[in-house]
Design a protein around this ligand. Structure first.
Ligand code: MLT
Length: 407
């Protein structure tokens, strides 16, 4: 499935032939316009320039089904037909918005070329945008013994290290798009103890223990410094890494998270959720959390994603869920730490995040010297999953900016 949004285009009179309808040349232009618009709204129209490649058209055919006239508004969809090493086949269809009638379809074959016109391998990010190779394949997970526990992790790519820490009660698949696309970085996405495919001890859960496990993992991978991205509970772990392992943190990406500790009300609701998890299981915890973690746009427009998150939360081991709730309940206040953060920091927040809303993210950004903040439109608390291309894009820009300081 393509990750590019459908695009609405209006048919203008000057695009139509003497009989008043869109002819083949005009359709080629219209389909091309829709592709660039979709890229601009998704990963950025500069995606090819960024990777120093260009998609050269090898074949383009248009099938006319029903005429289109000036003033018609068309919805143009793009889907991947075939992904080769250097070539990609796409199909675009144009439907009339007024009645949903399919008007025309284009079948296009592109070959990726370099500056001299020679075919080159399609970069990972480009393949992911068209719908290829997005998910992390199970075979790519590796287990690392880091002392007390064995952590499951996806480790991909070469370059400076980027450690991606998931939230509660989630797993490393939260970062699947970023692991697939942030080329030029060594992406390390572990499952925290008790969650995902990492073992779930009965006890010994704390934010400090999560941080120690991650340092063990970096040691195993011989990584001395990493940019640390943490979502929500992953952000609490990122703060702990700054507090106790400052030299290992080369930059921070604080995603949908907060610095303060739990107040009395939050602590009480942690206790309630612990009881629910123990008595009724992770599935019931998932049902309670789902309406709050996903933004309203996602809940309305991405039913498959709602299912994906429900499944992810439901498969979390109860011991890991209870352990994480206790760890979060006991976590220290990281607000005093904020003015001392000296590394480049990016704060990312979903516009519809109700758990850690943009106003809270703004206050956190203001307290960290030279931090910047980006709001992700149409996303809630799980922005890397809800708006993967937008988040990967802002992360890619930030990472490019800090690359030299990571060393
Ligand atoms: C998370 O997404 O990790 C949780 O919402 C964090 C929390 O409950 O404090």
């Amino acid at each position: 499935m393509s990750r590019l949004p459908p695009i609405k285009v209006t048919v203008y009179p000057y695009e139509c032939d003497a009989y008043g309808h869109l002819n083949e040349a005009a359709y080629l232009t219209l389909f091309e316009r829709a592709r660039w618009e979709a890229l601009a709204q998704g990963p950025g129209a500069d995606i090819f320039v960024r990777h120093k490649v260009w998609p050269a058209v090898r074949k383009a055919t248009i099938e006319f089904l029903v005429p289109a006239f000036p003033g018609d508004v068309l919805s143009v969809d793009l889907r991947l037909e075939k992904l080769g090493r250097t070539s990609v086949e796409l199909r675009q269809s144009a439907k009339r918005v007024a009645d949903g009638v399919l008007l025309a379809e284009a079948h296009l074959v592109f070959v990726m070329v370099d500056g001299k016109g020679s075919p080159v391998a399609i970069p990972e990010e480009v393949a992911a945008v068209f719908g290829g190779r997005v998910s992390t394949l199970p075979g790519e997970m590796v287990r690392y013994d880091v002392g007390q526990v064995t952590l499951a992790a996806d480790v991909r790519g070469d370059g400076p290290a980027l450690l991606l820490v998931h939230g509660f009660p989630l797993d490393r698949s939260l970062w699947a798009h970023q692991v697939a696309t942030l080329a030029g970085w060594r992406r390390i996405a572990p499952d925290l103890r008790g969650l995902g495919a990492t073992v779930a001890p009965d006890d010994d859960y704390s934010i400090a223990a999560y941080a120690d496990d991650l340092i063990g993992l970096l040691d195993r991978l011989r990584v001395s410094r990493a940019v640390v991205a943490g979502l929500s509970m992953g952000g609490y772990v990122a703060f702990e890494l700054v507090r106790r392992y400052r030299d290992r943190v080369a930059g921070l990406i604080l995603c949908d998270t907060r610095a303060d500790a739990d107040g009395p009300e939050s602590r009480a609701s942690r206790d309630t959720l612990i009881a629910v998890a123990k008595e009724q299981g992770a599935g019931v915890v998932a049902e309670r959390l789902l309406p709050r973690v996903l933004g309203r746009t996602t809940q309305l427009t991405q039913p498959h994603l709602v299912e994906q998150v429900r499944e992810m939360m439901t498969r979390a081991p109860v011991a890991g869920v209870v352990g994480a709730l206790r760890a979060m309940k006991e976590r220290p206040d990281s607000t005093p730490l904020l003015p001392s953060i000296g590394v480049p920091t990016l704060v990312v927040v979903g516009q519809e995040d109700e758990m850690t809303p943009p106003a809270l993210a703004k206050a956190m950004t203001n307290a960290i010297p030279s931090a910047a903040m980006t709001v992700i439109h149409g996303a809630g608390h799980l922005s890397p999953l809800e708006a993967p291309t937008a988040v990967s894009r802002v992360l890619a820009e930030f990472l490019e900016h800090v690359r030299d300081s990571v060393g």
